[in-house]
Design a protein around this ligand. Sequence first.
Ligand SMILES: Nc1nc2c(ncn2[C@@H]2O[C@@H]3COP(=O)(O)O[C@H]4[C@@H](O)[C@H](n5cnc6c(=O)[nH]c(N)nc65)O[C@@H]4COP(=O)(O)O[C@H]3[C@H]2O)c(=O)[nH]1
Length: 854
Amino acid sequence: MNSGILVVAAQRELRRSLFDALDQAGYPQIHSARDVSHAAILLEGRPPLPPLQLMVMVLAGDERQARISCEQLRRLAGGADTPLILVLADEATLSPADLPPGITDWLSASQIGNELVPRWRRSQAAGRGARKAVPAEPDAADDDYRCVFEEGDSEWLIVDAQSQRLLEVSPTVARHSRMHASQWEGLPLAEVLRFEGIATEQALAEANRNWYPCQRKSAQGVDTGQASVRRVRHAGSDALALMFRSDRADLRAEAALSLLSRIFASTTGVDAQSAAGRMLFDELGLDYLAVWSARQDGVDAPTQMLQLWNGDDPAWPPAQMQSSLQLVLGGKPILYRTDAKRLAQVDPLLRQLELAGFAGLPLYDERHTVLGAMLAGSRRGFGEMGIIEPVLRCAAARFAQMLELGRTREQGRAEGLVDALTGLPNRLLFNDRLDTIIREATRNGECFAVLFVDLDRFKAINDTYGHAAGDQVLRTVTQRLCGSIRASDTVARYAGDEFTVVLRHIVRNDDALRVAEKIVQVMETPLYLEDGTELQVTASMGLSFFPDDAGDTQTLLKHADEAMYAAKHEGRNNFQIYEVSPEYALQHGMALKTRLRHAEGNGELRVVYQPQVDAKSEDIVGMEALVRWEHPELGMISPAVFIPLAEETGLIVSIGEWVMRTACLQAKEWEQRYGLRLRLGVNLSAVQLMEPQLLDTVARVLRETDLDPALLEMEVTESISIKAVPNLVENLHGLHNLGCHIAIDDFGTGAASLDYLRRLPADRIKVDQSFVRNIGVDPDDEAIVRATIEMAHRLKRAVVAEGVEIEQHLQFLREHGCDELQGYLFCRPLQPVSFDKLLAERQRLLEARVAEPA
Ligand SMILES: Nc1nc2c(ncn2[C@@H]2O[C@@H]3COP(=O)(O)O[C@H]4[C@@H](O)[C@H](n5cnc6c(=O)[nH]c(N)nc65)O[C@@H]4COP(=O)(O)O[C@H]3[C@H]2O)c(=O)[nH]1
C-alpha cells in the first residue's frame, strides 16, 4: 500500500503551501518535514517497501547543496526510487539546467498552488513516475507547417479562396469524421461545414481567426464544435484555412478534461455511479457501457452495477458466458480501437452488439485487488486513442473508488460502524480512528485538535417540525461540517445531535480556532426545510488539543466535551477551548495541591526536551528541560498552572530537584550515546533560589549523574528581584563557581536594569517569546529585541530567542545577530524517545556526509 507523500521544505510557508496543494487534491497521507533529518524521523517505523508515492523538496541553495540534499533524500528509507519533484525557492541560486539528475519534474515556488498536482498527475499518466532525468529541451522548432497539418491534433480544412471548394483536409478530419480524405476533396465548403451566427461568406471574407460555433459533416451525420478562418498560402496560391475544434470529448483533450473533472467532482452518493456513467457514455459517444462488481454480499458471480446500451435490448448473455468480462475480472485489460469484432467468435456480447471499438478495464482498489470491471464499446470504433484511453482509465479509477466506498459503507453498516442517516463514521468507528491518529501523531510529533460539536436546541426542532425535518437538519449540518474542513480531517456523528471532528496537522492552536470560527459562521446560514420553512441552526463547540491537553482518546474527548459545555454556558453559538485554567486551579486549588503532593511519588511527572539551535547553522546546540504533569483524570497539566501551586506549597523544591536529576541523567546518557555535548537548560524557581541547600543539591545531582557542570545551565526568570530573594546574587555566583552556566529567562518582561544584569553572573539572555511573537507586527517589540541583542553582546552575553514560530522571526533574529533560537519553527518540546530519534538521525546524516566522496 502507498505510504504517502513526503514534503521537505525549510520555510514553513512553503511547507504549508505544498501541504495544502496536496491535501486539497485529496492525498490522504502527507508527511511534512523541515529538512532531511526531520523527514527521516517522520518516516521511521514505516515499512520501506513499497516506497513512498512521491517526494517533493524545496531547494533554496546552490547546485552543490541541491545535489547533496537530493542524495540525502534518496538515502531515506524507501526514498531511492521514489518520484521526486523539486521546487526552486525564490532565493535558490541554481538554474533549472543545474538540477540534479534523476528527478521527475521541477517547478518554481510560485507555481506550487496551480502546477504541483497537475504536473504530478501528468507525469504519472505519462509513466514518468519513477526516477528519470529531466527531459532535455526540445531541439530548435521545426518550422515546416505541414507537420502541424499532418501530425497535429487539430482539424484543418483548406479551401480555395475563389471557388470556396475544399482543396485538402488534414488526416485528423478524415479520422474524426470517419470519411476518407478523398471523399472531401472538391466539395463546396457550405456542404461540409455550417457556421452558426454568421454567414459562411462573411466568415470567409473576414478570415479574422475568431471562433464561431458550427457543425461539421461526419459519417454519422454531424459533429458540433467551433471553427475559425485564416488566410494561408497553399501550393503557391492564396487559400483559406479553417480550423475545427469538436466539442466531443473523444476528440478534443480540453473537452475530455472537462468531462473528467465533472466525473470526479460528482458526489459519491447512491446515484453518482449512474450519473458518471451517463456523462461518459454521452460525451465519448459510446454505444455500450457496463460496470460490474466482482462479488458482493458473498455472492461469487459478479453483479452488474450499471449498463447503458444505444439500441434495442438483445438477449443479454449471462456474465459467465462473457469471456471478455471474465478476462478483465481476472485482472487483464483489453483494448481494441477498431477491430474488436475479432472477439465476436469467443464472446457472445460482442457478437450481439457488433462493437468495433471495445475496452475492458479492471477496477482496482488501492491494494491493486480487482474489485470489478468497466466495459466500454463503440459500433464505429474508437477515435483518438491518445484521448480516449486515458479518459477511460481515469473513469475506471473513479468507478473503482465508488465501488470501494460503497463496499466500505456497506461493511461499515453491516458492522454498525457507519451512521445510516449521514454516512459518517459513528462513535465506535470514530474512537477507533482517533486511537490510530494518536498513534501516528505520537510517532510523527504531530499536533491535532478534537472538536466536539453539539447543535443548540435540536430537540425543539424535532418536537416542533417532526423527525423528517430533524433528519434534514442533521444531513445539512453534516454537509456544512464536511465543507469546512480539509481532506485529511475526520468528521463523525458521535450521538444524536453531537458531532466530533479531528483537525490534523495543527501548527499553532490558532489554526484550529480559525476552523471553529468558520464552522460557527457556516452554521449561521439559514436552512430551509423541504416545505420552505426557514430555520436557524446554531452549534456550541469545545476544543481540546493533542498532546497539550491529553494523550489518550478518552481524556481528549472528555476535555473537548467539557469545553463544549463551557460554550453552552457562554450563551451557545460559540466555541471554547479546554483549559485547566489558572481559574480552575484557583477553584480546585486545594484538590490539585493535595494531588500534586503525590505526583512525583505516583510517577505522574514527565520531562520533555526542546532543542535550541545555532542561528547560523541551525544545528542543535542545547535543549531546555520542561516538566509536565500527567494527571490521571485531567490529562496533561501545563507547568504554567501547576508550578505556581508547587511554589505555594514548597513542593517545587523536591519537584525541581527531581526534574534536574532526571534531565542530567538523560543528558549524560545522550552524551555517551552520541558523543554530543549538548547544553542542558533547567528552570530554577525563586523558591529554589532561596533554599540554603540549593548549591549542595546541585553539586550532589551533578556528582551522582556524572554530568559535566559546564553543560548544565540554570534558567532564572528575569522577574526575580534581588529584594525578594536576598541571597540571589550569592547563590548565582555559587552555581557559577560549581561550573554551571546561568541564563536569564523571559528577558524583557521584568524591567531589569543594566546594573542588575551586570551584577548577575549570567552567560546567556533569553529574549521572551512575547517580543519574538510580535516581530513583523509591532515595531516597538522589534526595537526591544534589537536592543536586547545589542546590549547583551556589549556585556559579552550570548542571546537565545524563545518562541520562534515562523520564518519571518528567524530572518529578523538572524539579521540582528541573535546567537541561538528555540521555538516551534524548529521543534516542539519532545518526549525523550522522540528526542533520541532526532539525535540518532542527525548522527546518521553526519556520518553519511563524512563518507561522501569529496
Ligand atoms: N507559543 C509558543 N510556545 C513555545 C514555543 N517554543 C517553546 N514554547 C514554550 O515556551 C515555554 C518556554 O519555557 P519557559 O519560558 O522557561 O517557561 C516555562 C517555565 O517558566 C515553567 N517551567 C517549565 N518546566 C519547569 C520546571 O521544571 N521548573 C520550573 N521551576 N519551571 C518550569 O513553565 C513555563 C511554561 O513551560 P511550557 O508550557 O513547557 O512552555 C515552554 C515551551 O513549550 C513557540 O514557538 N511558541
